[in-house]
Ligand binder design. Sequence first.
Ligand SMILES: O=C(O)c1cc(=O)[nH]c(=O)n1[C@@H]1O[C@H](COP(=O)(O)O)[C@@H](O)[C@H]1O
Length: 236
Amino acid sequence: MTPAEIAPKDRLIVALDLPSVDAAEAMIAKLGDSVTFYKIGYQLAYAGGLPLIGKLADRGKKVFADLKMHDIGNTVARGTESVAKLGATFVTVHAYPQTMKGAVEGRGSASLKILAVTVLTSYDDDDLHAAGYRLSVSELVEARAQQAQVLGVDGLVSSPEEVGSLRKIVGHQMSLVTPGIRPAGAASGDQKRIMTPSRAIAAGADYLVVGRPVVEAADPKAVADTIHAEIAQALG
Ligand SMILES: O=C(O)c1cc(=O)[nH]c(=O)n1[C@@H]1O[C@H](COP(=O)(O)O)[C@@H](O)[C@H]1O
């Protein structure tokens, strides 16, 4: 999908990083028509949130199953086969060659899109070195993007800082999905590679993933609406 084909409202993905299905449903009710795309990750998935994927899809919402799979290829393939039946639009795997290959194989002809997480947005060069890597963040992100493209992965998760260089490598054949989004003045928390919504869109990001700045806000709908307005302005 080229950026022009993405509905502007779908560009904001709200991370339902909440402790229970009830808390998630309450947040979804508060956000109402303002949000069309949700992400379900570790916290909610491990609290019984997986069936919410199909329920949200039935209500016309899109869902990103952020399961960040990483295991031997066969296990990832069989896991992806199962996830493909849940009704999600996206699923994440870590960008290791065997893992990405397994996910693409397991997805088969299903409509689920595979996103490869390049380097987590909470990592900087020092964190990578501490984890045993010799490459810088930008070098590793680019190397993994090239591998993902060759393996038939559909999209990449990176910080918005890498979107410009990734677009040069993968063109518009892969979706670029960016967490590490912080509206001006919002606390960065554990995120290290961050950008505002407008700068991320201007850099060329397709989708912005936002969690705490929305779900921990006193008025989550107002924050989501403001981000949408910023996205619309940046798109021109
Ligand atoms: O795969 C992801 O969604 C992801 C990748 C990454 O590199 N960094 C990252 O923050 N995320 C997720 O994006 C969300 C960001 O949440 P906030 O930092 O609260 O906006 C969280 O649910 C993370 O799990």
